[in-house]
Design a binder for this molecule. Structure first.
Ligand code: AMP
Length: 190
């Protein structure tokens, strides 16, 4: 089973992905984490993207596509991936289908975590203290939220058309959200 999880920054994608990983023995593929690792390791790619990430904008579709193909093409992860933070726009959503098809796979469910900007601001501040992420401050958080809002509607429509989209109330408690996600995943496993 392959899962897509998306929502604005601070919606709880990472937390819920961890839960899904443990519960269903899948592998989390967070493009944000992969990109931050490049920056931390000071690679050529890291140097290229650090200012983009720090300003709350999206890095180019080609860069993230290359990163995720490494995992999609790896037999170890076949039908075991949770895409956390990918796709972020319509082009990426279409590209993900193409890549999965190339390696004889598909998406089984798309989870959208819905959270208000007010809640996001609060959570980002809490996370900044816990995780010390360079792009977690109020101003960049609002920018990242806007970037998300500006790009995501066509992605939502795209997945609605294929009946894969499930909307989850991201304002609920962590355990309530996990319970809802577990039930949704179990319902498609049959
Ligand atoms: P995240 O950890 O998912 O909040 O991502 C952190 C940052 O990484 C984003 O604000 C973007 O700058 C970049 N990023 C992560 N995933 C993508 C993606 N699929 N496409 C473009 N940029 C991305």
């Amino acid at each position: 089973m392959n899962i897509v999880i998306f929502g604005p920054p601070g919606a709880g994608k990472g937390t819920q992905s961890n839960f899904i990983v443990e519960k269903f023995q899948l592998h989390q593929l967070s493009t944000g984490e992969l990109l931050r690792k490049e920056i931390k390791n000071n690679t050529a790619l890291g140097k290229e993207i650090s200012s983009i990430i720090n300003s709350g904008n999206l890095v180019s579709d080609i860069i993230v596509s290359d990163l995720i193909e490494k995992y999609i093409s790896d037999k170890i992860y076949k039908n075991r991936l949770i895409f956390d933070g990918y796709p972020r726009n319509l082009n990426q959503a279409k590209n993900l289908n193409v890549l999965l098809k190339k390696y004889d796979q598909k998406i089984d469910i798309v989870l959208k975590l819905s959270v208000s900007l007010q809640t996001i601001k609060k959570r980002i501040l809490e996370r900044k203290i816990l995780e010390k992420r360079i792009d977690d401050n109020q101003e960049i958080a609002v920018k990242r939220y806007k970037t998300y809002e500006n790009n995501i509607n066509p992605v939502i429509d795209f997945y609605k058309q294929t009946n894969l989209l499930k909307v989850v109330n991201g304002e609920a408690s962590i355990s309530e959200i996990s319970d809802e996600i577990r039930a949704l995943i179990e319902s498609i496993k049959g």
